[in-house]
Design a protein around this ligand. Structure first.
Ligand SMILES: NC(=O)c1ccc[n+]([C@@H]2O[C@H](COP(=O)([O-])OP(=O)(O)OC[C@H]3O[C@@H](n4cnc5c(N)ncnc54)[C@H](OP(=O)(O)O)[C@@H]3O)[C@@H](O)[C@H]2O)c1
Length: 300
């Protein structure tokens, strides 16, 4: 059976926070949850960009339960401010969708001097999640969905050079950050289960979806070859709406469980199905190692 947006159960009364909700998969996720009755908090790096998209969504929607907060995952101070604002403004959060991301950026540092992809895709989301856990734990059936990528299967954690200081390869750094997403989500699931918090942590990957991710990467790297490759690969890409289905399924399907990963049926495209986790993320010792290193980095 093909699971579609129409299958999302009623979300009335629930609050969902979606990072990177002004574009691509985050935007589709925000719209779908809003249409199903949730209050949606769009957590966006740029307030003007976020506000413009928020207005467009509101124009074509009966619900006005769409809020915006500023969140720059490349700056841990901004993550702290965003989490504090959520704690102050909302009495509940039922769904946290760790969706925002950057891909294959030229070597760049975050505000705290960490490699940008590791900082935005993994560390910033880890910081946000840990700060929001007490609020999530108040809600029966709260879920955290972390959006990873098929790049997880190619990913390696460069334990001796996590920040790519000795050697930086932008694709290896992306794959590392997406494997880190998986390791984080699984370790989180174990920890919230052990604490009997009632929270479930799940994973989703979209396959190949037409969003701003690829054009941004081409522009940042000034790579016409990459631009050409994406044009040739275009028939393999699915729409952003289709790409958002695995994360929507992980967030809302009553059958989805903590520790599971959903992705497209045919790896790159298709309706969501339960899918295989990267073998390297299954090593518990490595997950704990990454967790402790990340915790230390979050103290910077
Ligand atoms: N599209 C695909 O084929 C594909 C495949 C595998 C995995 N994914 C994953 O899917 C997720 C969503 O990506 P997408 O395809 O929807 O790309 P997208 O259209 O480029 O959206 C990415 C979102 O992340 C936000 N973002 C980037 N840096 C941020 C920061 N420092 N702080 C806060 N937000 C930030 C962007 O904000 P701005 O608009 O301000 O830049 C944007 O809202 C990512 O985690 C990506 O790795 C996508």
């Amino acid at each position: 059976m093909s699971w579609k947006v129409a299958d999302i159960p009623d979300q009335k009364g629930r609050v969902a926070l979606v990072t990177g909700a002004n574009s691509g998969l985050g935007l589709e996720t925000a719209k779908a949850l809003l249409n199903k009755g949730a209050r949606v908090i769009m957590a966006c790096r740029s307030r003007p960009k976020g506000e413009a998209v928020r207005q467009i969504i509101l124009e074509s929607n009966d619900s006005t339960k769409l809020d915006l907060i500023e969140l720059d995952l490349a700056d841990l101070a901004s993550v702290r401010r965003a989490a504090e604002q959520v704690e102050r403004q909302y009495s509940r959060v039922d769904l946290l969708i760790n969706n925002a991301g950057v891909m294959a950026t030229p070597q760049t540092l975050s505000k705290q001097g960490l490699e940008l992809q590791f900082a935005v895709n993994h560390l910033g989301h880890m910081a946000l999640t840990l700060k929001l856990l007490p609020l999530l734990a108040k809600q029966h059936g709260a879920r955290v969905v972390t959006v990873t990528s098929g790049a997880q299967y190619m990913g390696r954690i460069a334990w001796e050079d996590l920040q790519g200081i000795k050697h930086y390869d932008r694709w290896a750094a992306y794959s590392q950050s997406k494997l880190a997403n998986v390791m984080f989500a699984l370790e989180l699931d174990k920890r919230v289960r052990n604490a009997a918090s009632g929270i479930a942590s799940l994973l989703a990957h979209p396959g190949l979806a037409r969003t701003n991710l690829q054009p941004k990467s081409v522009a940042a790297n000034k790579s016409w070859q990459e631009g050409l490759a994406y044009r040739l690969m275009d028939p393999m890409f699915q729409s952003a709406a289709m790409g958002s289905l695995p994360q929507l399924h992980a967030a809302t399907a009553p059958t989805a469980q903590g520790g599971e990963q959903y992705g497209p049926r045919f790896n790159f495209r298709g309706y969501p199905k339960l899918c295989r986790i990267a073998p390297l993320a299954l090593r518990e010792e490595d997950r704990q190692r990454l967790w402790s290193i990340s915790e230390k980095l979050l103290e910077i």
